[in-house]
Design a protein around this ligand. Structure first.
Ligand code: HEM
Ligand code: HEM
Ligand code: SF4
Ligand code: SF4
Length: 255
């Protein structure tokens, strides 16, 4: 490869959001003499209108390479590849016409990222979009101007299923859980046990497939990581202080 890590580039007033890339053989590869990445702060939950996406891709076709990464590992919209003179132009267009801001990079606070939470997911234990939006606004200064010796990330999962893997990927991880004891609908549990067609076991990516007849002992009770569940006749019992809220039983029996 012929890349070098070249100096600091950015937009006026910001200490991040642009990652400078230069080719060390500009004579041989003039098309990628500069190939800077711009990070754009994605909206909480990553909701867009098609109109907005058209405007963004049109802007990037005109002023950058046209290549994007929707979304980067950071959470941001990643615009891959432009030259130094285009940076302010893109920034002006984003902030004045698209109501959009740059994200974090380097030793900034990084753009907070969340799962879509209660906007779409019934497992959500709090409104991740609201908290993500709040943190983004509250820490605007830290998001744009490097205040730390190293990067810092907030990521927000609505429940322990961890769809943004906040525990692995952030410095401050928010994971929703329930305050009180786990709620059990005993009638529904018995419908699952009876293999009632209106109560198909397995949710999410495991939904809608033929897993054979459901066996609560094999598929739920034996797999509870803390062994805190048991059937007492027709009643499912959970020893709440020993439940570590892993979500397994809820994922298998979503009712
Ligand atoms: C000498 C050249 C390069 C250096 C020093 C470099 C360094 C880095 C660093 C430090 C980051 C993390 C930035 C941050 O989080 O603050 C990063 C991200 C990344 N780089 Fe590079 N990089 C180089 C070239 C490349 C090239 C040539 C590619 C692709 C062919 C590439 C692809 C990526 C991607 C995909 C990310 C993650 C962006 C995201 O999803 O957040 N990099 N790189
Ligand atoms: C056995 C080989 C590989 C494994 C196990 C692996 C694993 C992973 C994992 C776990 C992540 C997600 C990290 C996170 O977001 O927390 C990731 C992201 C990524 N991997 Fe790999 N990877 C492999 C090979 C490759 C190769 C060969 C490439 C490129 C040529 C590649 C490019 C990337 C990029 C660009 C991302 C970030 C995607 C994004 O922007 O969200 N990986 N990889
Ligand atoms: S982390 Fe939980 S609340 Fe968020 S999308 Fe995933 S399953 Fe739903
Ligand atoms: S949430 Fe996990 S630990 Fe708690 S009862 Fe269900 S399977 Fe067991």
């Amino acid at each position: 490869t012929h890349w070098k890590h070249g100096g600091i580039v950015g937009v006026f007033g910001y200490g991040g959001g642009v990652i400078g890339r230069y080719c060390d053989q500009p004579g041989m590869f003039p098309g990628v003499e500069h190939f800077h990445t711009m990070r754009v702060n994605q909206p909480a939950g990553k909701y867009y209108t098609t109109d907005y996406l058209r405007q963004l891709t049109k802007l990037w076709d005109m002023r950058g390479s046209g290549m994007t990464n929707m979304h980067g590992a950071t959470g941001d919209i990643i615009l891959l590849g432009t030259t130094t003179p285009q940076l302010e132009e893109v920034f002006w267009e984003l902030t004045h016409n698209l109501d959009q801001d740059l994200g974090g990079s380097g030793s900034n606070l990084r753009t907070p990222a969340d799962c879509l939470g209660s906007s779409r997911c019934e497992y959500a234990c709090y409104d991740t979009n609201a908290l993500c939006h709040f943190l983004t606004n509250e820490y605007q200064d830290e998001l744009h101007r490097p205040a730390f010796p190293y990067k810092f990330k907030f990521k927000l999962d609505g429940c322990p299923n961890g769809c943004v893997a906040s525990i692995a990927r952030s410095d401050m991880s928010f994971i929703g859980t329930w305050k009180d004891n786990i709620k059990i609908d005993q009638d529904a549990v018995n419908k699952y046990i009876e293999n009632d067609a209106a109560y198909p076991a397995n949710a999410g990516a495991h939904k809608g497939r033929d897993w054979g007849p459901f066996d609560i002992q094999k598929e739920v009770i034996n797999l509870c990581p803390t062994g805190c569940m048991k059937m007492d006749g027709k009643e499912l019992k959970i020893d709440n202080p020993n439940c570590n809220r892993c979500m397994h039983c809820i994922n298998v029996m979503p009712r």
